[in-house]
Design a protein around this ligand. Structure first.
Ligand SMILES: Nc1ncnc2c1ncn2[C@@H]1O[C@H](COP(=O)(O)OP(=O)(O)O)[C@@H](O)[C@H]1O
Ligand SMILES: O=c1ccn([C@@H]2O[C@H](COP(=O)(O)OP(=O)(O)O)[C@@H](O)[C@H]2O)c(=O)[nH]1
Ligand SMILES: [Mg+2]
Length: 224
């Protein structure tokens, strides 16, 4: 169970230059919880990164099914919060609609409970961390080093085309929000990708091709 304290945020949001939505709660996770999952276990974590519409969700579904991972789309976790009328729902909807990044305080809390729930201990975390600030918050609160970080690489024209053809009724799948998501990806997510590249954990995948072709590029990473 996460407790909260009302002291100033332990995450130096300004230092990471994030444009936080003003309405976001100032509550923070208690540092006493940092790095500790409440169940005595050590899950295996893999991150799946890439711009909007690049095919993260599509490939995660396949990898999860064939190689027995639990697929956690952080975007889906946030959308569930909106539809369940949680206290954060309005703020999350506003942030997603603008194509910005939701506060780590909320995202990491949701991710932590999702990791703690269920039986499967091997995770594909899809679409997170989206910024260096997300990454640092994850390290402080969850603290499990990812084994593999996938980066799906694709040109912006193709990503825009895929988003606009996605047809899932998402508030953010329109030209203007997707332009902003592409800008946010470049400004905030690429530094995370560079970080894991420098750590030798990054697997860059060419995301151009058929779904089958891309899955074949992923097999060698997981079929060990
Ligand atoms: N290799 C591919 N070629 C063309 N379209 C694709 C490919 N992979 C996925 N798509 C389609 O592109 C859209 C975005 O895919 P999705 O998996 O939701 O991406 P992401 O999770 O990265 O935003 C979906 O409509 C999906 O069916
Ligand atoms: O860790 C995350 C994951 C998602 N989002 C928000 O949720 C949106 C949709 O994310 P998702 O991963 O579902 O989009 P995709 O990249 O798959 O199109 C993003 O643009 C962000 O506004 C976020 O703030 N933090
Ligand atoms: Mg997705």
């Amino acid at each position: 169970m996460l407790r909260r304290v009302s002291s100033p945020s332990m995450l130096n949001q300004v230092a990471y230059g994030l444009n936080f939505v003003k309405a976001v709660s100032t509550e923070v996770l208690n540092p006493a919880d940092a790095g500790i999952l409440s169940k005595a276990r050590s899950p295996a974590i893999n991150f799946v990164l890439g711009g909007p519409g690049v095919g993260k969700g599509t490939q995660c579904t396949r990898i999860a099914e064939i190689y027995g991972f639990r697929h956690l789309s952080v975007g889906d976790l946030l959308r569930k919060e909106i539809s369940s009328n949680s206290e954060y729902g309005d703020m999350i909807l506003e942030t997603i609609t603008k194509g910005k990044i939701v506060s780590s305080e909320v995202t990491v809390k949701l991710l932590k409970s999702a990791i703690e729930s269920g039986e499967n201990d091997r995770f594909l975390i899809d679409g997170f961390p989206r910024s260096e600030e997300n990454r640092v918050a994850y390290e402080q609160i969850i603290g499990i080093e990812p084994e593999v970080v996938l980066f799906f690489d694709c040109n912006e024209e193709e990503m825009m085309k895929r988003v606009l053809h996605r047809n899932q009724g998402r508030v953010d799948d329109n030209i203007d929000t997707t332009k902003e998501r592409l800008r946010v990806f470049e400004a905030y997510s690429l530094p995370v990708i560079r970080y894991y590249s420098q750590k030798g954990k990054l697997h860059k995948i060419n995301a151009i091709g058929t779904e089958d072709e891309i899955f074949e590029r992923l097999r060698p990473i997981f079929a060990t």
